[in-house]
Design a binder for this molecule. Structure first.
Ligand code: AMP
Ligand code: ZN
Length: 238
């Protein structure tokens, strides 16, 4: 399996016409319709990027998800407010990203109680996706505290973490330490405090989380290297 492997069979997704997923998505605009999945078309996005004076290799790379959410090939489902895409470099057997169309946020850090409706919508879509496509798998649903890519994106990832793209300690710890902010905890914090000021890890802590020892997420095993952790994870998956 290469890092660009598209795990979910689109035929399977498109045949879910009578199940609960379709039912909850009934206000959705289907990706097969002629209308674009977002009000901003591919051309709009391209114009925005090319007109941005700070456009550089890095900026262009960081905006990859904004481009991906406008490409119907990547889209699992699209609603008026959200797009669900497959993660192109999936770090587990099943890995999706849920992205709001209109929110101008890159990091979850600035989310407030004003975003609660959106977050609960994302949470519901994630749950429906899991129930319909992977009812037997366990998942984590949350944000990276320090995302590498622009445009707010919620990770919906199976906890096997078996993938050829799971390569580095940073990859592992980004999902398996406090660097991964569970959506349900984040929603609770926003409901109680209204913002994430007391909750969000600072840059120094984030750096420490990403350097933590490689601990298995399913037993007490601590691996010395990523290859040994990956061999160990394969054994859990059997
Ligand atoms: P984060 O570290 O939270 O910013 O995660 C960004 C995610 O986007 C990673 O899991 C990448 O594998 C994924 N990714 C990067 N480029 C693309 C793309 N063009 N299409 C879909 N997913 C992507
Ligand atoms: Zn283990």
């Amino acid at each position: 399996m290469s890092c660009g492997f598209q795990f979910v069979n689109r035929t399977f997704v498109s045949t879910m016409s009578t199940n609960a997923f379709q039912e909850l998505m009934k206000s959705s605009r289907k990706t097969t319709e002629k209308s674009p999945p977002s009000k901003r078309t591919k051309v709009d996005v391209a114009k925005e990027v090319s007109s941005n004076k700070s456009t550089s290799g890095k900026h262009f790379w960081k905006s990859g998800l904004t481009h991906a959410m406008n490409d119907s090939e990547n889209i699992v489902e699209s609603t008026d407010s959200l797009v669900i895409i497959k993660d192109k470099y999936q770090k587990a057997n099943f890995h999706y990203l849920i992205m709001p169309k209109d929110v101008q946020l890159n990091s979850p850090q600035k989310l407030t109680n004003l975003n609660l409706h959106l977050l609960k919508d994302m949470q519901q879509k994630a749950q429906v996706l899991i129930n319909d496509l992977h009812p037997k798998a366990k998942f984590k649903i949350g944000f990276h505290a320090k995302p590498s890519m622009d445009h707010l994106h919620l990770h919906v990832i199976s906890t096997d973490f078996v993938s050829s793209c799971m390569k580095t300690k940073k990859h592992w710890n980004s999902f398996n330490t406090e660097h991964f902010l569970n959506l349900s905890d984040l929603i609770t914090e926003l409901e109680e405090k209204g913002n994430l000021d007391d909750y969000y890890p600072n840059d120094k802590d984030i750096e420490l989380y990403l350097k933590k020892p490689l601990r298995c997420n399913q037993c007490p095993f601590e691996a010395k290297t990523m290859p040994s952790l990956k061999t160990h994870l394969d054994a859990h998956a059997c």
